[in-house]
Each structure stands twice: as C-alpha cells, then as structure tokens.
Design a protein around this ligand. Sequence first.
Ligand code: ZN
Length: 504
Amino acid sequence: MLEMETKLAALKARLAEISDLDHAAAVLGWDQATYMPPGGAEARGRHLATLAKLSQEKFIDPAVGKLLDDLRSYEESLPYDSDEASLIRVTRRDYERAIKVPPEFVGRFSAHGAASYQAWTEARPTNNFARLRPLLEKTLDLSREMANFFPGYEHIADPLIGFADYGMKAASVRALFAELRERTVPIVQAITSQAPAEDACLKKHYPDAGQMAVSELIIKRLGYDYKRGRMDKTHHPFTTEFSIGDVRITTRVQENWLGDCLFSAIHEAGHAMYEQGVDKAYEATPLGSGTSAGVHEAQSRLWENVIGRSRGFWEYFYPELQKTFPEQLEDVSLETFYRAVNKVERSLIRADADEVTYNLHIMLRFDFELQMLEGKLAVKDLPEAWHERFQADFGLRAPDDRDGVLQDVHWFAGLIGGVFQGYTLGNVLGAQFYAAALEAHPEIPDDMWQGKFDTLHAWLIENIYRHGRKYTAEELVQRITGDPISIEPYIHYLREKYGELYEI
Ligand code: ZN
C-alpha cells in the first residue's frame, strides 16, 4: 500500500508540473486578450506554442502511462468516488485520449487554427466567405482526421462531442434536441405572434464607468469572490482560471446597450464561481476544474438567465440600477425594465438571442456540423444552406454572410464538430439543477427578493462546484436528481416564466 501511495505521489508531482505549464499559458492568454499591445502578438504566439508543446510532451511521457498502469489495482481497491480513485480514473481518460493524437498533428492543427482565426477577423467585416472557404475546407479535413484517431465510433462526430461533453454522442444529443425543438417551436410561435416587448429603455446612453460599477456590485453580491478574481474588458468575454485562488473574468461595454456589459459579467461570473468553488484539494490536478462544456454553461446560464433575468432579482437590484443611472431610468417602471430584459424575438445573431429562441440557433449549427462531417454538406454550399435553414426556422434571411455563416468564431478557430451542443445542454442542465435546488430550498426565490443569494450559491458548491471533474455530467445529474438528463424542467421553466409574461 505504501508503494502505491508513493506512486500516486509521483503521478501527482508530474501532473502538478503540467498544470503549472498550462496555467502559465493561461496567464499569457489572458494578457493577450486584455492588455498586450499589438506588437506583442507574434512573440506571444511563440510563447504559447512552446508552453503547449512542453505540457503535451510531459503528459504523453510513457512514464505517466506506466504509473497509471501500476496504479490500476489500487484504483480498483478504492471506492469509485474517492478522491484518489477519481484522480487516477480521470487522468487515465485524459491520457488515453492524448496519446492517440500525434504531436505532429497537434502542431499542424494549431498552426492552421491560428491562420484561420486571423483570416476570419479580417474577412468577416468585409463579408468575404470566398477567402475563408479553402481554410474552412481544411478545417473540415482536419476535424475528420482528428475523429479518426478514435476509431470504433458510431458517428464520426462522437469523439469530437466527447472532448467537450464526455459521455454524450451524436445520437443522444440529436434525440434530446429533436424533443426540445418539438416543444420549443410552439412557444416561440405563440410569443412572436404578439406585439414585441419594448426595449428602448436599454438603448439609451449608459456611460462605461457606471456600467462597470453596477456590474461589479451585482456579481459580488451573487457570490463572485473578488479576493480570488478580477474583471477586465475584452472584445469577447471569457473566464480563465490560473488557480482556484485566481479565477478571472472579462466583459465588454457598449454605451448604447445596457444589456451587454451586465449580462456578460453575470454569465462569466457564473462560470467563475464554478471554478472558485472547486475543492482546494484538487488544485494542480486534472480534477481541479469544471467537468464539461454543458455543465459549465449550465452554471453561467443559470446565473445569467434563470436568476439574472428573474423578477425577484430585479425587484432587489432595480433601485440600485436606477441610482446609478437616474436620468436614463427614473421614468422607466420596473415592469417595463423586466419585460425589456426578457424580450423574445426571432433574430439573426446567436450571441444576442433570448433564452427562448437561443436553442434553435444551436440546433442549426449542430445539424450542419454533423452533415459536414458526414460529407452530406460541402463547405462551398454552406452559406446558402445557412440562409435556407434560417428562413425555415426563423422566417428571416441575413442580408449577408457576415451575419450568417461567418458570425461565430468557433469553426474558424477550432474544430468543426462538438463545439456547439454544450450551450443548449447548458440551458437544459441549468434548469434541471435549479429545479433540484428549489426542491431542497423552496425559499430561494423569496431570498432573492431580499438580495440574498447565498442559499443557492451554497447548494451549487455542495452539489456541483466542489466536485470539479470527479463526476461526468450524467453522473452529476443522476446523483442530484435521481434521473437522467431531461428537458422537462427546462420546458416547465419556459412555460411558467413566458406564460406569465406573454399570457400564453
Ligand atoms: Zn459561457
């Protein structure tokens, strides 16, 4: 037994060094997206590539594989959910994935991703799909090549979906989405057949400083710990973790749109509270972060939408907001403001979509990913396929590709496949977790009216955050609710909230 403990300590020491390299890279990435002058870009790319290479080499070292093999009997002798068995299990899963992808491919893929991202930043503003087409064709080839390092799949997208949402497959996501679509479309139709909500109150002039101050005040009150984090500005808001004691977020400000800064801040604070809530014992190991794209997105969307766009939340915070922006909001009633932040409409841009229509944007992208990987949809036909599907789903046609197929960065910076389903899984899981929290603590909505958010926060830490990557998404849902992943709580939530708002 002592021998096993020595081996586990040796494994942890190696994993800590790898974690240090990855977190040093995260600091450089954060700096690149916030304060780095443009002149730093070229060298920064090199710094990041060197750290990524060192980290990868250290991890796929056969010595790691040997330690994992030696520890197998020890793992099997321990309870499944013990910290030690979980660490060995999750590390083995990561290791077996990592050794299947040749370092030569990793280098090729990352160089292509950087070139493609750079081209996208230039070609999107000028609506130039033709320039991106050959790059996207290569991305599709590389995505297929990546999937084929993991033979034995049912669907070629399965390995790619599994990277972000371990345990999910094309078939399971497709079934969930089909059900969700069938139940959502009638709600969208019922709402959009009515007069749209008035949201002019959000489009006045709101100075930058006031938006940042009120966003900071709100996320602190929700439970984001400023002693272990900070908020800066970027083009595309994100969360990044350097350690459990330093989890940073970013937001952006549009002075003529109140919704962007505030809801981006709440969204990212939701991601960050998850990372801040991981058990300190998992620091510098593969267990020390959120478990999947879907569960992560469930945390950000729960705080942003279920809480941040609820009536109780604004009963409490609206007077505070009016104090910050007296001229803009003194004549705007709470009811008008509440309806404005919950306006539902068929719109072109996914990132700005409301919580009712949002999933339709994701389903379109997910279906196209599968069709492209299957070889049924060619990259050259993508722009027109986009317009046709958008017309069918939303009754709208984007004026150009910029607000059509070029709007999201994902396919231009990474893989085609596995990158979009997490958003909708997040909406579904967030509602399922919230329903479980309400069952345990029916006082949560009343607490909110008093500005008290710690009951919910403590429940999330206890049931989700602290476990890090110990459990998969499906295991977490099963442990918390006793049921598999289900859309019912989400549909129930939409019907209750929007049924009242729109009298449907
Ligand atoms: Zn997010």
